[in-house]
Write a protein that binds this ligand. Structure first.
Ligand code: AN7
Length: 369
């Protein structure tokens, strides 16, 4: 019988902190497509793959960590969870909390989260608190709230989030047969780069399983980790926190990443890099993905591709390599940029032709002969 995907905890339970008694809270997350990026491959002379995390239940990679965090919250008897978020974490927390029968409170920077993400939190009945401040301010409050009140913190400072998210690296190796040469991804709060690096390292060595036996290595190597921040929110590139982060890519509008040290470790131990890309480069990559690869992502998700394009132009991308780029969230989260991007190329793009109810007229409008 065909294998039916059971969600990341059930699929990788030997490598995650659960027992047979754990009630797993899952919505079937993970198992996302690894898509060949033909245009990027042609441009770079390497084989480029896109790990399309927009295909998770709430439309972003956050679901991998959230299944783990909410499962552990439930196991510990929590009745409510809290998170700070630029949008995707709140959408995921709200959905998984409902799945677990828990209450969720989400703290978001006022006016700086996309409509799609906000509507998810609303739809799932989260208690939404808009904070007059940025993500970093929200996270500070969420942390303090969880220290003093009976709410379970589900931001990626919660190590269970990282555990769940590391499964994306396992999937890449399971699909390709080994680790890629380079893994490229956007960096905001830096949980994901931390998680991927942990996953790749664990898969490349013998590891004690949760059940006690020893798991042999699955991959023969680990990739260089290439992370890209938005230029106006690039603390890891600058080497100091940014108090007023600014970028159109609201998902990664973060000035003081919680996983700072582990992101730097991932960069250095892997022989990788963390660089920045401008908003113009992010939007160019966003448009590239939708118009050339057929993959629709939100702007923040395109920063990895923007970085790859930037490095390719500088002649710094090796040829004949295997490169995986994680695109972290779905384009439907923040669709206005698709319209703007298409209009920039063709001002009439967002005004579909109006044609009479008639085959000949439609054929003529399409230029068919
Ligand atoms: C689409 O939802 O921080 O470096 O609060 O939504 O692991 O933080 C989102 C981050 C990349 C950055 N792409 O990942 C939040 C939040 C998308 C994102 C990132 C985020 P990290």
């Amino acid at each position: 019988m065909a294998h039916v995907w059971q969600g990341v905890i059930n699929e990788y339970k030997d490598r995650l902190p659960v027992t047979k008694q754990t009630e797993v809270i899952t919505m079937g997350e993970g198992g996302t497509p690894l898509i060949q990026a033909r245009a990027l491959s042609e441009l770079t002379g390497s084989t480029v793959w896109l790990k399309f995390e927009g295909m998770n239940p709430t439309g972003s990679f956050k679901d991998r960590g959230m299944t783990m965090a909410i499962t552990k919250a439930k196991e510990s008897g929590a009745k409510a969870v809290v998170c700070a978020s630029t949008g995707n974490t709140s959408a995921s927390a709200a959905a998984y909390a409902k799945q677990a029968g828990m209450r969720s409170a989400v703290l978001v920077p006022e006016g700086k989260i996309s409509m799609g993400k906000m509507s998810q939190a609303v739809a799932h009945g989260a208690d939404i608190i808009q904070i007059d401040g940025n993500f970093d301010n929200c996270l500070e409050v969420a942390r303090k709230l969880s220290e003093s009140y009976p709410v379970f913190l589900v931001n990626s400072v919660n190590p269970y989030r990282i555990e769940g998210q590391k499964t994306a690296a396992f999937e890449v190796v399971d699909t390709l047969g080994d680790a890629p040469d380079i893994h490229v991804l956007p960096v905001g709060n830096a949980g994901n780069i931390t998680a991927y690096w942990k996953g790749y390292r664990e898969y490349a060595q013998e590891t004690p399983a949760t059940s006690g036996e020893t798991l042999s290595a699955v991959s023969t190597r680990t990739p260089a980790m290439w992370g890209f921040q938005a230029e106006g929110a690039a603390p890891l590139v600058l080497g100091h926190p940014v108090t007023e982060p600014e970028t159109i890519a609201t998902a990664i509008r973060i000035g003081n990443p919680a996983s700072w040290d582990t992101a730097i470790a991932a960069r250095d131990e892997s022989g990788g890099l963390i660089d920045s890309v401008s908003d113009v480069e992010i939007l160019e990559a966003h448009r590239w993905l939708s118009s050339r690869e057929g993959v629709f992502v939100e702007p923040g998700s395109a920063s990895g591709v923007a970085g790859l394009l930037k490095k390719a132009r500088a002649g710094e991308v090796p040829t004949d390599a295997t490169i995986v780029v994680t695109v972290t969230g779905h384009g439907l989260k923040d669709p206005q940029w698709a319209i703007k991007g298409a209009e920039a190329e063709d001002p009439t793009a967002a005004e579909p032709k109006r044609v009479a109810f008639d085959v000949v007229s439609v054929a003529s409008a399409l230029g068919l002969e």
